[in-house]
Ligand binder design. Structure first.
Ligand code: URA
Length: 208
């Protein structure tokens, strides 16, 4: 299905309806994984929406996305650009259960089948929140929403997604593994990107 096809075919009348449909999923590819459904946090009236990858171990326990180390860094990045993580943003993921890891690892990256299964629900969340600006963190979110990957070249560029302003940015977990602040480092590029997001967000709000 095309991106606009996904937006053109409303399946739910309200955010509550889609959230309860996701909570009730029994036939999803991770239903037998033994991990919990984790959908979203933040303000449903926010004009900024962020799509992540999948819950990790902390998120699986607490039932909210981005509450572990990557989430703490994400909140700091948002706050550095004067976004309030409680009020100014709605945060969700591409996959709504933690994919259990193999080889003794707690979790793994979601696979194509899992990303595809949850994709229509992610699009419904976007449609019903109706944000002005969407951030995609990392390759899994790009695969879910844009159906393409390559975060190093996608990041920092605005994309028109059916009239919405969308920007891919690095995943905060990647920044946790790359601590350098040198010019051109992932951390310094993230700072450039979030400042540009702030500028565009202010411009779009001023036009409203
Ligand atoms: N990483 C994500 O992409 N999402 C989460 O909820 C937690 C970590």
């Amino acid at each position: 299905m095309t991106q606009s096809g996904l937006f053109d075919a409303p399946r739910y009348n309200s955010l509550d309806e889609v959230l309860s449909a996701i909570r009730g999923l029994k036939d999803d590819p991770l239903a037998n994984a033994g991990t919990n459904i984790v959908i979203s946090r933040g303000n449903p009236k926010a004009r900024l929406l962020l799509v992540g990858e999948a819950p990790g171990p902390q998120e699986n326990i607490k039932g909210k996305p981005f509450v572990g180390p990557a989430g703490q860094l994400l909140d700091k990045i948002l706050q550095a650009a004067e976004f309030d993580p409680e009020n100014d943003i709605y945060i969700t993921n591409s996959v709504f259960r933690m994919p259990p890891g193999d080889d003794g690892k707690a979790f793994r990256k979601p696979n194509d089948k899992e990303i595809e299964f949850y994709r229509p629900f992610v699009f419904e969340i976007i449609r019903l929140i109706d944000p002005l600006v969407i951030l995609l963190t990392g390759n899994v979110a790009c695969q879910s929403i844009l159906q393409k990957t390559g975060i190093t070249s996608l990041r920092g560029n605005w994309i028109d997604l059916n009239g919405r302003w969308l920007m891919p940015i690095f995943h905060p977990s990647y920044l946790l593994r790359n601590q350098s602040r040198e010019p051109g480092s992932p951390k310094s590029l993230m700072w450039d990107d979030i400042r540009e997001v702030r500028r565009k967000y202010d411009e779009l709000l001023a036009d409203k």
